[in-house]
Design a protein around this ligand. Structure first.
Ligand SMILES: Nc1nc2c(ncn2[C@@H]2O[C@H](COP(=O)(O)OP(=O)(O)OP(=O)(O)O)[C@@H](O)[C@H]2O)c(=O)[nH]1
Ligand SMILES: [Mg+2]
Length: 352
């Protein structure tokens, strides 16, 4: 399971700079056929030192990471929904993404024009959110007129949908995000079917000056990155990148911070498999049970699931090998009701 993220923001806030930096070291195209379909879509391997370390322990032929797909679209300006700037048709490219990264400019460079005249992340945030709301309003209004026809045809579903569409329309018109208007799991499913943008988890990111960057979140709780530093990091080997980060007084790269935030926002965790052939990370949602996790590796495995041998990756690494971990009694046998934990290293036992 890979997840996808669309980057939105005003023009010139650094979206493409960040996108290019993040996707520079694109993962092997043979593993991920959707890798280079579109220059604005890039697949990025999720850095995971657990995979690296398990790979060394198991002398794996290769390490395979989970991936995130980033989609870069043109900047939105105030009144994009009325056709200002490049309009808002590019938003259709991110209708299917799992989360939205909302990039705001907080770097001062006077050589880079700010479309609204001055650096003001709070105002930019409002402008962009309004444009996303207007785009959703267009979607909802279209659906309402289609629904009117269905009502005439006496379709049962149309009747059920009507009050929800009206609620969405009114809420969006008053400036609320779709995510604020959903009050039941059923409504969530309906809203998802509409592919609304403002129901998606939104990750706010500040593009800050290189000399103001820090590992911490901003006072508002936003991720802070420097697109400029990310593009410099992209040119370096991983060893050099580590060194450069240390010189800047940083522990993590912007990519790492973004991915951590995205995992937390989307409720995702990672489990691992390791052996001489490969060490590999797999992404699942929080609360996934062992058979469904097995199904992520191979669809058949879910049905044929018998049990799982589970050990925390660090415990396995400390033991030095699967055999030693077994001797020490560190490997647990778990059944079909086991809820997977982040960092579990697993061997699934499946029937024929
Ligand atoms: N000083 C500085 N300049 C940056 C930074 N990020 C981007 N820029 C510059 O800002 C300009 C616009 O950057 P882009 O990445 O193209 O911006 P964008 O958000 O993709 O813009 P649109 O595609 O027009 O929406 C370029 O000249 C970049 O070099 C940064 O972190 N610091
Ligand atoms: Mg761009």
């Amino acid at each position: 399971m890979s997840f996808s993220v669309g980057i939105v923001g005003l023009p010139n806030v650094g979206k493409s700079t960040l996108f290019k930096a993040l996707t520079k070291k694109q993962v092997d195209a043979s593993n991920y056929p959707f890798c280079t379909i579109d220059p604005n879509v890039g697949v990025v391997a999720v850095p995971d030192q657990r995979v690296d370390q398990l790979g060394v322990m198991s002398k794996s032929e290769k390490n395979i990471y989970t991936t995130v797909e980033f989609v870069d679209i043109a900047g939105l300006v105030r009144d994009a929904h009325k056709g200002e700037g490049l309009g808002n048709q590019f938003l259709s490219h991110i209708r299917e993404v799992d989360a939205i990264v909302h990039l705001m400019r907080n770097f001062s460079d006077p050589d880079v024009i700010h479309v609204e005249g001055k650096v003001n992340p709070a105002s930019d945030q409002e402008t962009i959110n309004l444009e996303l709301i207007f785009a959703d309003l267009q979607t909802v209004e279209k659906r309402i007129s289609k629904n009117k026809k269905d009502l005439h045809a006496n379709l049962k579903e149309a009747k059920a949908l009507e009050p929800f569409l009206e609620k969405l329309k009114n809420g969006l018109e008053s400036g609320q995000l779709g995510s604020q208007l959903i009050s039941s799991p059923e409504e969530k499913i309906l809203a998802k079917e509409l592919n609304l943008l403002t129901i998606k988890p939104m990750i706010y990111v500040l593009n800050v000056d290189e000399d103001k960057i820090s590992d911490d979140f901003s006072p508002e709780g936003y991720v802070q990155i420097s697109a400029k530093i990310e593009s410099e990091l992209a040119e370096l080997s991983s060893q050099e990148a580590k060194q450069y980060l240390a010189e800047l007084g940083l522990k993590t790269s912007g990519l790492d911070k973004l991915i951590q935030k995205a995992y937390a926002t989307l409720g995702l965790i990672t489990f691992l498999t390791t052996g001489p052939k490969e060490s590999r990370a797999w992404t699942i949602t929080l609360g996934t049970k062992a058979p469904q996790a097995a199904g992520v590796i191979h669809t058949d495995f879910e049905k044929k699931f018998i049990k799982a041998e589970v050990v925390n990756w660090q415990d396995l690494l400390n033991a030095g090998s699967e055999a030693t971990a077994k001797e020490k009694g560190l490997i647990r046998l778990e059944g079909k009701d086991y809820i997977m934990q982040d960092g579990d290293t697993v061997v699934f036992k499946v029937g024929g």
